[in-house]
Design a protein around this ligand. Structure first.
Ligand code: ADP
Length: 369
């Protein structure tokens, strides 16, 4: 297995469009890296440049310390798994996995060993004699993974490998890919537009937008310390609440005012906001950090009470989401399913201010979180 290094990597398409701009990333051996972002942000282009399927127009790509910009895809020691798993329909599961090894003229006894080991890892042992047409979608995807594993590459590249599966199967395969990563100790680079997939699989996540890397971090850091408004809004579902607020200063405390509401900022966040006194910023608070009056609890630093009117109530199971209007904005909150609040109710909420994020309205960069 191997580490990768991308230094100032860029892609300018022949029509002049820059699909990827100045991409810098060191990927350590055995990392599970996710590229995530909305459609068209440059995830696949970056992955395809690593695979060698797309020319790198600027910068340097190294695998295991060796520059591979001009190395043919087949010589990069990389295996790629696509969303269209493209199995050979006339071949059995066994032969589908053995095929890349036959092309490399590996001996039959060695092929047999490798294929059976891959089948064991992926729980395909009982299916080795079947043709793809006799497999479920999830099993086919496992065979495609098996084919990649059998090649014993240094790096696995996966481009939305689960997007053709139904929701239940996707969750199942997600868990399997996670286990696979543990078992193989492999370096994996995985592209998805699905932030849940990104958060559950990645050891580190690269968030991209318009060809530009926005932030690289662990899932928990990305969630708790998004570097800008885009990352804050993209990671987390339902989305973080954003409210325009004016920064004020009263009795030595920093406050945020929206409509008739004022929220006092904890001292730990005050210093960063001082230069913004008198200016409008964007306050960000996740739905689980907006606490409804019935659920006020010890141990949280709650803000002043905010009057709200519930416009939508959605029961999710053990939890519910409420969406409501507050003076100066709108707010969503996670509540317990046992909470009696319903659509139309006038309620009071408070922010868990230790979890408050504030963004600069012009640059959209995080000021404090
Ligand atoms: P993603 O995988 O994040 O959805 P892509 O990497 O496929 O995005 O594409 C990034 C951007 O580059 C998109 O805006 C896309 O339209 C553009 N693009 C992709 N291929 C080409 C091409 N051959 N010529 C010009 N632009 C392209």
């Amino acid at each position: 297995m191997a580490g990768l290094s991308l230094e100032h990597v860029g892609k300018k398409y022949p029509n002049g469009y820059e699909g990827v701009k100045d991409f810098n990333l060191e990927i350590a051996d055995k990392e599970f890296i996710i590229f995530v972002g909305p459609s068209g942000c440059g995830k696949s282009t970056t992955l395809r440049m690593i695979a060698g399927l797309e020319d790198i127009t600027s910068g340097t790509l190294k695998i295991d310390g060796k520059v591979v910009n001009d190395v043919e895809p087949k010589d990069r020691d990389i295996a790629m798994v696509f969303q269209n798993y493209a199995l050979y329909p006339h071949m059995t599961v066994y032969e589908n996995m053995a095929f890349p090894l036959r092309l490399r003229k590996v001996e039959q006894s060695e092929i047999d060993k490798i294929v059976r080991e891959a089948a064991r890892i992926l729980d395909l042992e009982k299916l080795l004699d079947r043709k793809p047409s006799a497999l479920s979608g999830g099993q086919r995807q496992r065979v495609a993974m098996g084919r990649a594993i059998a090649r014993q590459p240094k790096v696995f590249l996966m481009d939305e490998p689960l997007s053709n599966l139904d929701a239940k199967l996707r969750v199942q395969m997600r868990a399997e890919i996670s286990k696979l990563h543990d078992r193989l100790g492999a370096t994996i680079i995985y592209v998805t537009h699905d932030q849940t997939e990104a958060m559950t699989l990645g050891t580190r996540i690269v968030v991209m937008k318009d060809g530009v890397m926005q932030q690289v971090d662990t899932p928990s850091k990305l969630y708790s310390e998004p570097c800008n408004l885009f990352v804050a809004g993209f990671i987390g579902s339902p989305q973080m609440n954003f409210i325009d607020a004016t920064v004020g200063e009263a009795a030595g405390k920093i406050t945020l005012t929206f409509g008739s509401n004022t929220v006092t900022v904890p001292d730990s966040k005050a210093a960063a906001l001082k230069p913004y006194v008198g200016k409008v910023v964007i306050a960000g608070i996740r739905p689980e950090d907006v606490v409804e009056e019935h659920e006020y609890a010890e141990g949280k630093t709650l803000s002043e009470k905010i009057d709200a009117t519930v416009t939508v109530y959605e029961l999710l199971g053990s939890e519910a989401m409420i969406y409501g209007d507050v003076d100066g904005g709108q707010i969503s909150a996670h509540i317990s399913a046992t909470n009696p609040v319903r659509t139309g109710d006038a309620i009071k909420v408070a922010f868990d201010v230790d979890k408050l994020h504030v963004f600069d309205k012009d640059t959209e960069l995080a000021i404090v979180h």
